[in-house]
Design a protein around this ligand. Structure first.
Ligand code: SF4
Length: 563
């Protein structure tokens, strides 16, 4: 255990260079207290180049940022992708989460000279089993490793499997070069931002509100209401954040959007910024998505170079720029207030609400935060109008929805369907359960979602229908299990996931997730019910509040443990 005070440990020249490289271009007016938000990028830089974060490197980072070493240590140890003990320069993070667990342990990974680390879901469930190779050095590398089909092996993106709805969010995926601004423009890109600037911010908000767009991350809050609240907030500045920390096990749709249509996200966040009066934005992308991060960096740089970001966006007098921030392996940072803390250079622990982000979010200022898929809907609402948008879907759940279909299915992938499509139709589009096997269970909505039986195939995929069935669409996961899968083992893995990912800040969740796993192991059903109730009622954030959902729904819907 290292001393948490400044020690005599000094940074090596390489460690100093890693810190200095990030801080040279750090925004702010030079005051040290304005630089704390650079702590996560600094820790990334050290970890990327050296492979781990030594006490000397932490001391130097703390000195440069005026952060106490105990604080810096607390932050560094919060994130799974950082190491504060020496480790090999090559680390293979092998996914052992539910989709990969069912698919089997990866066998093709060249683990020579590499350390193997266990990882929760890497967001590659459509190609399970999966791993992530990270190589430290002056030119650090990170590469996703997963069974690839011939098209991907040749560098051609896989085509999404698209359902009955007209192509909307996925229309450019696999068809338009994700690295070329020209190609994006030629495919209609930036027409929506131009239209938004013509309409004016108030009309943009009115259209988004009338479209009934709601958040696609699970909470389903109306997007227009959030936008309006931020636009009207008197405190300044306003921030806009894209929550791209897609870490819900079984979810990979935002990765597909970011990897294959990154300019669309940059355009969409600019439209959101315009509507809500924000001059600065962040895209917080999960650390396990290196390709998405690289393509977004490229898209942001090209947009800046061509005047789509900066002091005079599209020559129309709008000032807006966006910065990419990488997460570092913490599921909880997908919770919006934990994400604010992470950007601010603190441990990613959720805050109590209220105050809500629209009043006091990032740096205590009004903040509009939406996930990738939610933002990706904005261009079509602006271009086609709310009425046209709302023609797709159901009266309450308008538009299309992306579903991540994986597990026991013939064609795993991301599917775009109109809200109201049934779960059975979605499964059929994806080719159904491969014969001769039969469907045993479906995980809908992710680890915080629910476990359903085969009779749920008639469920319409809309907010209202899911609510009525005591289910949730959550983050768009539809993971199928056939009769060979041990569902109790899946539930134990989900319980372990929540135990590992609890930030530990509040007792009901910190203790509850541990006790839940133990009770599940023993089959203590009475205790499971009690723990579930306490976590739901008394936890600070959604992690603890939903950590018992899948287990409870499996018990009601699958009749396990009934004999
Ligand atoms: S519910 Fe869990 S994850 Fe959320 S604040 Fe409490 S301990 Fe942290």
């Amino acid at each position: 255990m290292p001393d948490l005070h400044f020690t005599s440990a000094t940074a090596t020249p390489q460690e100093r260079a890693a810190v200095d490289a990030v801080l040279e271009d750090a925004p702010g007016d030079g005051r040290r207290d304005e630089c704390r938000h650079m702590l996560l990028p600094v820790l990334h830089s050290i970890n990327d180049r050296i492979g781990w974060i030594s006490p000397g490197a932490l001391n130097y980072a703390g000195e440069r940022l005026d952060v106490a070493p105990a604080e810096a240590y607390g932050v560094a140890t919060f994130y799974a992708l950082f190491s504060t003990t020496p480790r090999a320069p090559r680390v293979v993070h092998v996914c052992d989460d539910i989709a990969c667990m069912v698919a089997g342990t990866p066998s093709q990974i060249d683990a020579k000279d590499a350390e193997i680390a266990r990882s929760p879901c890497l967001g590659l469930c459509d190609r399970a089993p999966a791993a992530l190779l990270i190589e430290a050095g002056d030119s650090p590398k990170a590469r996703q490793i997963a069974p690839v089909d011939a098209a991907l092996a040749n560098g051609v993106p896989a085509q999404p499997h698209v359902g009955g709805a007209p192509l909307g969010l996925l229309r450019r995926v696999g068809r338009v070069d994700p690295e070329s601004l020209d190609a994006y423009r030629a495919s209609g890109g930036y027409a929506a931002l131009a239209r938004a600037l013509d309409m004016g911010a108030e009309r943009v908000i009115a259209e988004v509100t009338a479209s009934k767009l709601f958040g696609r991350g699970g909470a389903a809050f109306p997007t227009g209401r959030k936008m309006e609240a931020v636009a009207r907030a008197p405190a300044r500045p306003h921030y806009v954040i894209c929550n791209a920390d897609e870490s819900e096990p079984g979810t990979f749709k935002d990765r597909v959007l970011m990897e294959h249509d990154p300019f669309a996200l940059v355009e969409a966040i600019t439209i959101a910024a315009y509507a809500a009066g924000c001059e600065r934005g962040f895209i917080y992308v999960r650390g396990e998505y290196p390709l998405a991060a690289a393509r977004l960096e490229n898209a942001i740089a090209q947009a800046r170079e061509h005047g789509q970001l900066g002091d005079d966006v599209m020559g129309r007098g709008m000032r807006f720029d966006v910065e990419l921030r990488r997460g570092a392996g913490a599921y909880i940072c997908g919770e919006e207030t934990a994400l604010f803390n992470s950007i601010e250079g603190k441990r990613g622990e959720p805050r109590n609400k209220p105050p809500f982000p629209v009043e006091a979010g990032l740096f205590g200022k009004p903040t509009l935060i939406n996930n990738v898929e939610t933002l990706a809907n904005l261009p079509s609402i602006v271009l086609d109008g709310a009425a046209e948008y709302a023609k797709i879907g159901t009266p309450e759940s308008t538009g299309t929805r992306l579903f991540c279909v994986s597990g026991a299915i013939s064609r795993a992938g991301v599917y775009e369907v109109a809200h109201g499509t049934t779960l059975g139709e979605l499964v059929e589009m994806a080719g159904g359960v491969p014969a001769p096997h039969c469907l045993r269970a479906i995980l809908l909505g992710g680890a915080a979602g629910c476990m359903l039986g085969p009779d749920a195939l008639s469920l319409p995929l809309s907010q209202e229908a899911a609510r009525a069935a005591s289910a949730t669409l959550g983050s768009g996961v539809a993971m199928l299990f056939d009769e060979r899968v041990d569902i109790a083992a899946i539930l134990r893995r989900i319980a372990r996931f929540f135990r590992d990912e609890s930030c530990g800040q509040c007792v009901p969740c910190r203790v509850g997730t541990v006790r839940q796993e133990e009770a599940l192991e023993r089959g203590d059903l009475i205790l499971l019910d009690e723990i579930g109730r306490v976590m739901r009622d008394a936890s600070i954030c959604g992690l603890g509040q939903t950590a018992a959902n899948v287990i409870a729904s499996a018990r009601s819907n699958l009749e396990i443990w009934s004999s």
